[in-house]
Ligand binder design. Structure first.
Ligand code: DX5
Ligand code: ZN
Length: 215
């Protein structure tokens, strides 16, 4: 069954702790934390302090997605705050060294690709990452439309994973809904990120179940 990582970017921040507990109770597998710096993407969200505040409220792993221009300078803060997975973008500065640093600090490194970035750009790190995050929207905002043209990249990453015996979690992020999650699962995704499809629903448990039961 596919894993689901709801993105707290779409949560109600006036009661963030409860929103995190609700996805844990609802069957989520990880908490997806979208960190944006206003440079790498046009939007600004939050940083390590949010991770620190919600760490005591859940046992779920934290899947921190860094959409920042220079990830290196934030890694120690995320470690201190309690991050588990830390994913850096291949389009950001110093991403290769960041992967090493994340591992050395005792966290699990991930690498992410924008929709237009080909898989070949990460080929030499696929044996070094615990998570490969394929974007099906241009990062920056929740609630955008799913780019189905990226599904072929998910399929390639899945074939490579089984062919080469890589151990990364193949995760897909952006515009995931019950209506399109099936094609992402068929392409080989291990995990899907969902912001609006989960937190936009009145029934969080039902929304997570709808994503998991699509196949
Ligand atoms: C986009 C973020 C996504 C986004 C997902 O920049 O990385 O994680 O919040 O939200 P939905 O599921 O609404 O596209
Ligand atoms: Zn994300």
């Amino acid at each position: 069954m596919v894993m689901v990582a709801p993105s707290i970017l779409s949560a109600d921040f006036s009661r963030l702790g409860d929103e995190v507990k609700a996805i844990e109770k609802g069957g989520a597998d990880m908490v997806h934390i979208d960190v944006m710096d206003g440079h790498f993407v046009p939007n600004l969200t939050f940083g390590a302090p949010i991770v620190k505040w919600i760490r005591p409220v859940t046992d779920l792993p934290f899947d921190c997605h860094l959409m920042v221009a220079k990830p290196a300078k934030f890694l120690a803060d995320f470690k201190k705050a309690g991050a588990d997975y830390v994913t850096v973008h291949v389009e950001s500065e110093g991403w290769r060294d960041a992967i090493e640093t994340i591992r050395d600090m005792g966290m699990k490194p991930g690498v992410s690709l924008n929709p237009d970035t080909p898989l070949v750009s990460v080929m030499d790190v696929l044996d070094k990452v615990d998570l490969l995050l394929i974007m099906t929207v241009n990062p920056g905002f929740a609630g955008q439309g799913f780019m189905s043209e990226v599904v072929s990249k998910v399929r390639k990453a899945s074939i490579l994973k089984s062919g080469e015996g890589y151990r990364y979690i193949l995760s897909v992020d952006g515009g995931i809904k019950p209506s399109n999650v099936g094609e992402v699962i068929d392409a080989g995704a291990d995990m899907v990120v969902a912001g609006s499809a989960v937190y936009g629903s009145d029934d969080i448990r039902g929304a997570i179940r709808a994503l998991k039961s699509a196949r």
